[in-house]
Ligand binder design. Structure first.
Ligand code: AMP
Ligand code: MG
Length: 409
């Protein structure tokens, strides 16, 4: 059995970023740019008014005061989207709206609030500097500016900037698609009333939710019956579209645990099976047709922890995200914990962690039995109790992973 660190390293070494491809801007949010983008155009593309008001020659207003206002003749109106056909000559002004191109001859815009209009003249009582309320062409983005750097995660503002410069497609590392195959003949859909001995399939919701929260796409297939041939068929179908395959259940030593057999039958390369950890000891990892396959235990807590600790960093690497790992801190454990197993595995404890005066404190978020999902639902961190720790008294220092905080390394 390999350790958590070895298993994680194996996963990360096996997985490479997906090949880049061009996508439409509408599909680019959250993707990592695979190219530097250089603006081919200026933003704004022409010098324009920053205010609703009057386009003027600043020199005309040099002497304007309350006592001796300057009166200018208003030649025409120019709205956003129009181009003035008249020039602003000495003693004249053009009524102008925000965003309209600055007419020839004008070098400043007087805001409407500062103007007194009567008929076709406008009275102005203050001087203003040349360039006031004018947005020069290229003031935001001069030509030849790098607007996106390869390797950055595209945010809404980046999409806006790309649109401004007319870059409607961008090369990115695409979103990964995960095929989720849940197994277990005891399972029924959540909407059903389970018959004797049956339970509802919760993994399909919890694990799908995790994939979505991780920023990848999930396609949950119909639940796979616990036979090798059904699992083989489901895996083969998943290979048609998935970048990553995740199975839950059927990976342990039970009679009907057919995931390993199906993978073997398909000629998958087994990278590891079983990790010295709890929960999720039976975790397996394969390569099948160039695609990574994670065989997660069916136990809902184990499945969620394996998703968090292995599948999440794997998906991030696949999508070329710059940081793979959640923040790691050392916390003071407020609740005691005692090891029940004898085989000395790394334990992930479900905890609720909080920072107080610069120090982290964590208490168990509920009972730690591997079937107890509610304590996972309440956890915001996982505490890692090392193999050689038999018990932890309140006050013990434990490393924690903050599973609701963005990756920081
Ligand atoms: P397995 O890994 O198939 O041996 O399943 C381990 C435990 O998790 C059993 O108690 C299963 O009933 C339960 N289990 C397996 N799959 C699911 C699922 N999709 N939703 C809820 N519980 C499950
Ligand atoms: Mg099962």
């Amino acid at each position: 059995m390999i350790s958590y660190r070895e298993a994680l390293q194996c996963v990360l070494e096996t997985i490479a970023p997906l090949p880049a491809r061009q996508v439409a801007l509408a599909e680019a949010l959250g993707r990592v740019a695979a190219e530097d983008v250089i603006a081919r155009e200026l933003v704004p593309p022409f010098t324009n008014s920053g205010m609703d008001g009057f386009a003027v020659r600043a020199a005309d207003l040099a002497t304007a005061t309350d006592e001796a206002p300057v009166r200018l003749r208003v030649l025409a109106n120019v709205s956003a989207g129009q181009v003035a056909t008249l020039e602003v000559t000495p003693g004249a002004a053009l009524r102008i709206m925000t965003g309209a191109p600055l007419p020839g001859g004008a070098d400043a815009v007087v805001p409407i609030e500062r103007a007194v209009v009567s008929g076709d003249t406008v009275e102005l009582r203050q001087p203003l500097r040349a360039g006031a309320n004018v947005r020069p062409a290229g003031e935001d983005i001069p030509a030849g500016t790098q607007v996106v750097a390869r390797g950055t995660t595209l945010r809404p503002g980046d999409l806006g900037v790309l649109a401004e410069v007319g870059h409607t497609r961008v090369a990115v590392v695409p979103c990964a698609t995960v095929a989720l195959l849940t197994t277990g003949d005891e399972l029924v859909d959540a909407a059903e009333r389970p018959g004797p001995g049956r339970i509802r399939d919760s993994n399909v919701y919890a694990v799908s939710g995790q994939v979505a929260a991780f920023g990848a796409l999930v396609r949950a297939t119909p639940r796979v019956p616990d036979t090798r041939t059904d699992m083989e068929r489901a895996l083969r179908a998943a290979l048609e579209y998935a970048d990553v395959i995740v199975t839950t259940g059927g990976i342990s030593m039970g009679d009907r645990d057919c995931v390993k057999d199906a993978l073997d039958a398909l000629g998958a390369e087994r990278m590891f099976w079983r990790v010295a950890q709890k929960p999720a000891g039976p975790l397996g990892f394969w390569r099948l047709g160039g695609r990574p396959v994670f065989g997660l235990p069916g136990n809902p807590v184990a499945a969620m922890i394996a998703m968090e600790e292995y599948v999440r960093p794997a998906l991030r690497r696949m999508m070329a995200m710059p940081r793979l790992h959640r923040p790691e801190r050392v916390a003071t454990l407020e609740t005691g914990w005692e090891r029940r197993d004898t085989d000395r595995r790394l334990h992930f404890l479900r905890v609720h962690a909080r920072e107080e005066g610069g120090a982290w404190r964590a208490r168990l978020s509920g009972a730690q039995g591997s079937g107890i999902l509610s304590s996972m639902a309440r956890a915001n961190a996982l505490a890692l109790v090392p193999e050689d720790t038999l018990s932890a008294q309140p006050g013990a220092q434990v490393p924690i992973h903050l599973i609701e905080e963005p990756e920081d390394h």
